[in-house]
Design a protein. Structure first.
Length: 293
């Protein structure tokens, strides 16, 4: 009887959670209680690799004929069995589509300004090259966009981009030149960035968060401002509330989604009582959310 009582006590302790005891909801995150649906309908045993039974099949849509550059047709001149005469008939052919990159996927252009001699002025003149071509420099607009995509969207290092351009695109560009290309793209987006920065104070809802990092050994902070239509990042050496005031303004009237960071409470000039009330409400909301979860 003592052994049974001890086992029952240990079992009761193991089954305790925030729903049947005074334990806090945060303890359920470490060992969340299993719901009745978990494990009841699943068959025992390790499932096989690949698509599972009942999973819908997904196939890639074929290329349209307008996208195809070359067509190759195969047909018999004679019957493969009896060597007799064959006739082409109307019917859907068996098609295999194949896509590949070109042996040299780049085009190199050379813009020449020829020298012209004026007999009257006794001078040599060179015809001006278009300003867009001069500003683009070595790398054209499409290759510039590719470098910016690899750096921004794919998070590739300059060394990885250099190897990709050398081995795949077949052009050698130094890491320093790649950095200048990314800086050129960043400067071209300056007007759009400033336009979105001006729209932030008028947004109805803005979610804000920040994270720290180092730039050449100097401590910096990347602020993220998320709205329903766009996301804006701002790098600043400060983590103070002055960054929020500079971006959103001191009279921001929208809903600000943030964490417990004290700098976020300075927006809207909240009083100390309002800050305490907001902190209590956020804590209760956190507890209720974990309780429901």
């Amino acid at each position: 009887m003592e052994r049974v009582a001890a086992l029952e006590s240990e079992l009761a302790k193991a089954k305790k959670n925030s729903t049947n005891s005074s334990k806090p909801p945060s303890s359920d995150i470490v060992t969340p209680p299993k719901s009745q649906s978990q494990g009841s309908g699943r068959k025992k045993g390790k499932r096989k690799r690949g698509g599972q039974p009942g999973h819908p099949r997904h196939q890639r849509e074929p290329f349209d004929e307008s996208q195809v550059d070359h067509f190759f047709e195969y047909y018999y001149d004679t019957c493969p069995d009896c060597c007799g005469k064959v006739t082409l008939i109307d019917g859907d052919p068996r098609i295999i589509q194949q896509v590949d990159i070109l042996p040299k996927p780049i085009a190199i252009s050379e813009h020449r300004s020829l020298a012209c001699w004026c007999e009257r002025c006794q001078k040599v003149y060179f015809a001006p090259i278009h300003e867009d071509i001069r500003q683009a420099g070595l790398v054209g607009p499409r290759l510039t966009a590719l470098v910016a995509y690899l750096k921004g969207a794919c998070h590739c290092s300059f060394s990885t981009i250099r190897k990709f351009l050398r081995d795949v695109v077949q052009i050698k560009i130094s890491r320093g030149q790649l950095r200048k290309i990314c800086a050129k793209v960043s400067d071209s987006l300056g007007a759009a960035y400033e336009q979105l920065l001006e729209l932030l104070p008028g947004e109805a809802q803005v979610n804000v968060d920040e994270t720290g990092h180092k730039d050449n050994g100097k401590r910096m902070w990347t602020w993220c401002f998320r709205t329903s239509l766009y996301t804006l990042f701002k790098i600043d050496p400060s983590r103070s509330s002055q960054v929020l005031v500079d971006v959103l303004g001191s009279e921001f009237n929208g809903v600000l989604g943030c964490d417990y960071f004290s700098a976020c409470g300075r927006i809207g000039k909240l009083s100390l009582v309002d800050e305490v009330i907001n902190l209590v409400l956020i804590r209760y909301l956190f507890i209720i959310t974990h309780f429901l979860w």
